[in-house]
Design a protein around this ligand. Structure first.
Ligand code: GRF
Length: 200
């Protein structure tokens, strides 16, 4: 089967992007990354993409906000910039903007997102910290991460892959974050593989 075309969208360090690049290079995913998109110029993930010879697109929201343009205009223009790369799948790996239907409708069922919490647990920002604090309050015994198909509702949508991440008594937020990211680097690959199987 020919390699499927992935567009990966990031906002930061890009360790999950790196896991995807490594899996493609090692033949563990029947895919290749054809474009990396970031809304932040200083995202280290852009350096990772350049090192791997993958085209990058820096597409900030700020100019749209400064012109008083609606988020849907940004999302529509962003989709227009991505379409020429003919993605089979768009992977949100730390992308920090909520994508509106203006974007999602252009790639129906083909946008997936990695979130550092289990289904229905801590949607939105700072999920790892909120889980850590809930553990300290004795409300949960573990957390986890998941890859799901993106729907207009934030961090919901059909789950493609997930993993439990234990929280230990001696954990600090930093040690929990490190354990979470290790799990994410496995779950993101499993989620992409499932998504590609579904759109065969
Ligand atoms: C990950 O924890 C992801 O779940 C969250 O943002 C983080 C991205 O990390 N949405 P990285 O940029 O892939 O290292």
């Amino acid at each position: 089967m020919k390699d499927r075309r992935l567009v990966v969208m990031i906002s930061g360090f890009g360790s999950n992007l790196q896991a995807i690049l490594d899996a493609c290079a090692a033949g563990r995913l029947p895919a290749r990354v054809v474009l990396v998109v970031s809304n932040r110029k200083e995202a280290y993930g852009l350096v990772r993409a350049q090192r791997a010879g993958v085209p990058t697109l820096y597409f900030p929201l700020k100019p749209y906000r400064e012109r008083g343009l609606d988020r849907a205009v940004y999302d529509r223009d962003l989709a227009e910039r991505i379409l020429p790369y003919r993605p089979d799948l768009i992977v949100l790996a730390g992308w920090m903007h909520i994508l509106s239907p203006a974007f999602l409708e252009r790639f129906p069922g083909r946008v997936i997102n990695l979130h550092p919490a289990l289904p229905g647990m801590f949607p939105g920002m700072n999920a790892i910290q909120r889980a850590f604090e809930a553990y300290q309050r004795g409300e949960i015994a573990y957390s986890g991460c998941m890859v799901h198909i993106v729907t207009p509702a934030v961090d919901e949508g059909p789950v493609l892959a997930q993993a439990i991440v234990p929280i230990l008594l001696e954990d600090t937020l930093a040690t929990l974050e490190a354990r979470m990211h290790e799990a994410e680097h496995r779950v993101i690959i499993e989620g992409i593989r499932r998504a590609l199987e579904m759109c065969e």
